[in-house]
Design a protein around this ligand. Structure first.
Ligand code: NOJ
Length: 553
């Protein structure tokens, strides 16, 4: 499948569009909005989990891999959505979460019994010490304190590197791998076009589950990040199933660096087609989103450039600046004060790079974080991190600030369709707070405005399709040392593209790099009215973006 020419739109179903008035986004709502999605100029939809789930982690805890959550509809409705998407020229990929399931999955429930064939689907172990009251090893969960939970009936512990309602599946068990392949076939046979594989680089745990180096909040991670057998298992999925279909997979890979990524995505021996990596999303935090710091442009640029350069000619990159796991990008790397300008600047900044772009619902209209009291946020990461830092005696004021700045709920408020009540998301009571700025920021208002963020995204996406320089052009960064400007060129044949992006509200001057005569360029994307070029340079206004196209004979 030609995923290299695609742009992908991510739908987080609960907050996209409610079709039946119960306050929760659903398939009926999605069905009604498919024309809108197609109108953006994207080629594919990625659905965050639609499966039955107790929603401890909003769908990333799956109770049944072959069905649809009743809040969202039925399998028949999903099929309708799939068929309509296809008829509009949109591919569809599903989220596949198999590092862990829900503890309400029947496999887990049956497997509590040590004599059940499902017991070995998970990591059940006896505790250490007298009476076995100490967990089997010292691992900590990435979000939830200890990584082991004891079952009172059997006295055994199970492993969960995420929340305790997300027990880890034992991928070393061939029966579990067969289940995964079976799930893949189920959806592929129905017609889906691939998968986004959740934390897939964590699926192989070190044999014997040895104690880990005592790292705060992540003890044990060296024993399951990029574990010994991951690539072997991915290859098995590929050879036994994926290669038999016209499909593609994008694997999520936390803490990944480009050199290690190549072990998975190098065209010559790839086990994944694409990979979601995180380095460029860590320019305003330390180790984890919760530890929010001041935005550092150089950190962000370094990450983007490293991935552009190291993958070039070897592997295909992904491009994204938002998803359901991060606060809104305008509120993070841009400016709410200069919302429209910064939303457009951020769009050109990443959409003109090489790779397959992903756009998260609401990003295309420049949605922002929501201003809520910290105790109104419900996400499990925020709740657990708050508890951890409270135990460590951090002040409540500091914790509340971190919650507001980092909480994933910021990106999970209902989609803002129009200025009517509840932003046109539902006729009922929305399941979560609607951002009150919907009266100003909404799809309808932007449809009618040729200068809107929405129409800027459309232009960029169309440009990507029509210009080979985007798919093929060489990348080179300029002004590397600047704390305010991110500039790079893309060169392909006689076409040169130069994009200059300001990340500050101050005025900063940009000087054309050697070999460029700006007067010769055609200004193809900008977010302010044109100003003259002076001495082969210009002053950038707050969050200004300018992209010039040059043709050389
Ligand atoms: C990554 C998903 O994107 C996130 O939402 C989830 O909480 C974790 N994986 C655990 O499944």
């Amino acid at each position: 499948m030609d995923y290299k020419s695609m742009s992908v739109y991510q739908i987080w179903p609960r907050s996209f569009c409610d079709g039946n008035g119960d306050g929760i986004g659903d398939l009926e709502g999605i069905y009604a909005k498919l024309e809108y999605v197609a109108s953006l100029g994207v080629d594919c939809i990625w659905f965050s989990p639609l499966y039955p789930s107790p929603n401890a982690d909003f769908g990333y805890d799956i109770a049944d891999y072959k069905d649809i959550h009743k809040d969202y509809g039925t399998l028949a409705q999903f099929k309708k959505v799939l068929d309509k998407a296809h008829s509009l020229g949109l591919k569809v990929i599903m989220d596949l979460v198999v590092n862990h399931s829900s503890d309400e999955n029947v496999w887990f429930q049956k497997g509590i019994d040590p004599n059940s064939p499902y017991h070995d689907y998970y990591f059940w172990r006896k505790g250490r010490g007298k009476n076995g009251k100490r967990p089997p090893n010292n691992w900590l969960s990435l979000i939830d304190g200890g990584a082991w939970e004891r079952n009172e009936k059997t006295g055994e512990y199970y492993l969960h590197v995420f929340a305790k309602k997300q027990p880890d599946l034992n991928m070393d068990n061939p029966r579990v791998r067969n289940e995964v392949k079976d799930i893949m076939r189920f959806w592929l046979n129905m017609g889906v076009d691939g998968f986004r594989e959740d934390v897939i680089t964590l699926i192989s745990k070190k044999e014997g589950l040895p104690n880990g180096f005592p790292l705060p909040a992540a003890t044990g991670m060296e024993h399951y990040f990029n574990g010994l057998h991951v690539k072997e298992y991915l290859r098995e999925f590929k050879e036994d199933v994926l290669d038999k279909y016209d499909c593609f997979v994008v694997g999520e890979a936390p803490m990944m660096k480009p050199d290690t990524a190549l072990e998975y995505i190098d065209e010559k021996h790839k086990t994944l087609d694409l990979m979601f990596h995180f380095q460029h999303m860590e320019a305003d935090c330390f180790l984890m989103d919760f530890l929010h710091t001041k935005f550092n442009l150089r950190k962000m640029k370094k990450a983007f450039s490293a991935w552009q350069k190291k993958l070039d000619g070897k592997a295909w990159n992904t491009l994204y600046i938002e998803n359901h796991d991060h606060p809104r990008i305008v509120s993070r790397y841009g400016s709410e004060k200069y919302r429209v300008q910064s939303a457009k600047m951020l769009a050109s900044m990443y959409l003109l790079q090489k790779g397959t772009p992903f756009i998260y619902q609401g990003q295309e209209i420049g949605m922002t974080n929501i201003d809520l009291d910290a105790d109104k946020f419900i996400d499990i990461f925020a709740k657990n991190n708050s508890a951890v830092f409270k135990k460590l005696h951090f002040s409540q004021k500091w914790i509340d600030r971190m919650v507001k700045l980092s909480c994933r709920d910021n990106a999970r408020t209902p989609m803002q369709w129009d200025a009517s009540e509840n932003a046109g998301f539902t006729t009922g009571t929305p399941w979560f707070y609607v951002n009150p700025n919907y009266t100003e920021i909404n799809v309808k208002a932007q449809e009618d405005d040729p200068d809107s963020v929405l129409n800027f995204y459309r232009k960029l996406l169309a440009f990507r399709k029509e210009n080979e320089v985007i798919r093929e052009g060489k990348y080179k960064e300029y002004c590397k040392k600047s704390k305010y400007i991110y500039a790079y060129e893309r060169v392909w044949g006689n076409v040169r593209l130069l994009t200059v992006n300001s990340f500050t509200a101050k005025g900063v001057r940009f000087e054309a790099p050697k070999g460029y005569d700006l007067e010769e360029g055609e200004l193809i994307f900008q977010n302010y009215a044109k100003t003259p070029i002076v001495n082969n340079g210009f002053m950038l206004r707050p969050y200004e973006t300018r992209t010039y196209l040059f043709h050389r004979s």
